[in-house]
Structures are given as C-alpha cells and as structure tokens.
Design a binder for this molecule. Structure first.
Ligand code: ZN
Length: 129
C-alpha cells in the first residue's frame, strides 16, 4: 500500500472535496483524469489583510490557470469598484468570474491561432458555430 505524506495535497483536500474536485471558475473536473486533478489548486476569494482571508469558507477549488488568470485582481479591486465585505462565497466567485473568463477567452483565441493543428481549426470552429 502506498504511503502518503500528511502534506500530500492535504492543505487543499478538504476544500477540493467540498467543491467536488471541480474548478469553481471553469468547471475543470479533477475526478476525470489524474492530470486534471494535478492541476487543481485553491484560491483565496478575499484580499490579503482581510480578517476572513484564511477562513476555508472563503477559499475555493480553482485550476492553476483560473487561479492566476487575473493575478492583479486584488490590486485593481478598488479601481474596478469591487467589494469583499458581507459577501458569500458564491457571490465572491460570481464577482471574479468575468475577469477569469476574459483571460481564458484571450488564451483560447491564441491557442486556436498558434497552437492547434491548423487542419483541425475548421472543425473546432464549426463545432461551436
Ligand atoms: Zn479553471
């Protein structure tokens, strides 16, 4: 039987389990493949200095990409008019989601233009037309 260090993803396991091992932004499902599970991390919904920042209720499962998709989110919070007090976890996720999705769309466009086998692009675009 394999032996695991107590630290093996233990820091995030309870949060991942609560969230069904799915990224709360893009829905990546860590139960479908080992690689998907490896890319799960956790994401603080509250800025540094907020008294509830380290409360697990305000930490959610996020894939590595979504976690860092808008890495200036908290820096720009004031400018964007974002609020953090007296909000639920779901409200905080909903507030952040548009910023994450904007970055995802940019990366998807880049991927389509520069990474995907050019012979397959026509099919991919038709699939989502
Ligand atoms: Zn994600």
């Amino acid at each position: 039987m394999a032996k695991y260090s107590d630290a093996l993803r233990g820091y995030a396991f309870s949060v991942h389990k609560r969230d069904g091992f799915k990224c709360c932004f893009c829905g990546l499902d860590g139960t479908t493949s080992f690689d998907s599970w490896l890319s799960l991390s956790w994401d603080h919904l509250l800025p540094k200095g907020h008294p509830e920042r380290d409360n697990p209720e305000f930490i959610v499962t996020a894939c590595n990409f979504c976690n860092t998709a808008d890495n200036r989110y908290f820096d720009l919070a004031l400018k964007r008019g974002l609020k953090f007090d007296n909000m639920t976890k779901d409200e905080l996720v909903a507030q952040r989601l548009p910023y994450v999705l904007k970055t995802r769309r940019s990366y998807r466009d880049f991927w389509l233009e520069n990474v995907v086998n050019q012979d397959k692009i026509q099919n991919i675009r038709l699939d989502h037309a």
